[in-house]
Design a protein around this ligand. Structure first.
Ligand SMILES: [Zn+2]
Length: 372
């Protein structure tokens, strides 16, 4: 293993953040895995999974069993980690700008297409290499204005040529679930099986320009644009894994999830080991646009009626909100049958606040599909 430090644009005089990446294996196999955690810096479960992976990868490397290059960034957001307000860590949003650290990644398909138009040919793999080169050049040519943009650019530069990209997050109170591109499901499904994912949410473009979509949507757009004329091989499989809820931080879970990720990498051929039989899929993949998002119809004390990961039937009571002055109770029921894969961690809500989400098979939403 060797480590590299990437100094980020200073936010103010006398301060500096740096990103550290750990590199395993070598490039001779022509395959690359990229794993990061903590892009939302207050989501600690994935960071512990990444550190567990770091130990395991060092051992695998020592034993000469890595069949690919692995880049691991266990602390993907040093800016967010430094943000504390009145004792509370704030890691989801950049305090300086209000921007969500996992939204608004640069989508460069249009510019990449312009740059490679004359260079593409009939070799689908060569076209991938050409696109990756152009993509890198475009990112290097950018002049980030703020530390936030510099961080996003640094993470894209570390990952854009990877074949498998895992972005480890967690939700508020949640069962393990994942997000990936519709076209990537076949490649991602074994990971959902090994991890025992309670839900797998698929979208082409959720509208949020999240890190995984900055990869998958870019490849999808380029394939749509050129496929008639130039074949483009599979660029990358980018997956966001939600390692349960924010407080689900312990070694037992981290070891379990890290082992599942290593099983997936073995299945992929990145590690020399016996491929473990694929466990059954806990729940079929569903469209992200099919998830029902619940909102508080009134203000009051929030009582949860369903545990994360539980199956829900249409019409089932999900939440009760108790009025704080007269005790009136308002029940909120699901219109959707599926899995309650996440819910809010607060116990008092104001009218209009989001409460939780149930996966569903029927598309019921459009436009922007993620949370803020
Ligand atoms: Zn997150």
């Amino acid at each position: 293993m060797h480590s590299a430090k990437h100094r980020l644009l200073a936010a103010s005089d006398g301060t500096a953040h740096q990103l550290v990446s750990h590199h395993f294996g070598d490039q001779t196999y022509g395959k690359k895995i990229y794993i990061q955690a903590g892009l939302h810096a207050d989501e600690i479960p994935g960071m512990l999974v990444a550190l567990t992976l770091q130990e395991e990868l060092q051992q695998l490397e020592k034993e000469g069993r890595l069949r690919c290059e692995v880049v691991l960034v266990s602390t993907a957001n040093p800016i967010g980690l430094a943000q504390v307000v009145l004792g509370y860590p704030i890691g989801r949003f950049d305090l300086a700008s209000g921007r969500n650290f996992n939204r608004g990644f640069p989508l460069l398909a249009g510019k990449i297409a312009e740059a490679v138009e004359g260079e593409l040919g009939g070799d689908a793999k060569k076209n991938v290499a050409t696109i990756r080169r152009a993509w890198r050049d475009l990112l290097l040519a950018q002049q980030p204005r703020q530390t936030f943009d510099d961080l996003q650019r640094a993470l894209m530069l570390l990952s854009l040529d990877a074949d498998i990209i895992l972005d480890l997050h967690c939700s508020r109170e949640a069962a393990l679930h994942l997000y990936t591109g519709e076209a990537l499901w076949q490649q991602a499904e074994p990971l959902a099986r090994y991890l025992g994912a309670s839900a797998s949410l698929l979208a082409v473009d959720s509208g949020g320009q999240s890190f995984d979509e900055a990869h998958s949507f870019t490849w999808w757009q380029l394939q749509q644009r050129f496929n008639e004329r130039f074949p483009i091989a599979h660029g990358s499989t980018a997956i966001t894994v939600e390692h349960r809820g924010q407080r689900d931080v312990n070694d037992e879970l981290a070891r379990k999830d890290a082992a599942a990720i290593l099983d997936y990498l073995t299945w992929y051929g990145a590690i020399e080991a016996q491929v473990k039989p694929l466990p059954p899929l806990a729940y079929p993949a569903t469209p992200l646009a099919g998830s029902e998002q619940f909102y508080a119809p009134v203000t009051g004390i929030l009582l949860h009626c369903v545990e994360p990961g539980a199956r829900v039937s249409a019409g089932q009571q999900m939440f009760v909100i108790v009025d704080t002055t007269d005790g009136t109770r308002t029940a909120i029921c699901s219109r959707t049958a599926g899995i309650l894969y996440m819910r809010r961690d607060v116990r008092y809500v104001r009218q209009g606040d989001p409460l939780g989400r149930v996966s569903g098979e029927e598309v019921i939403r459009s436009g922007y599909l993620l949370s803020a």
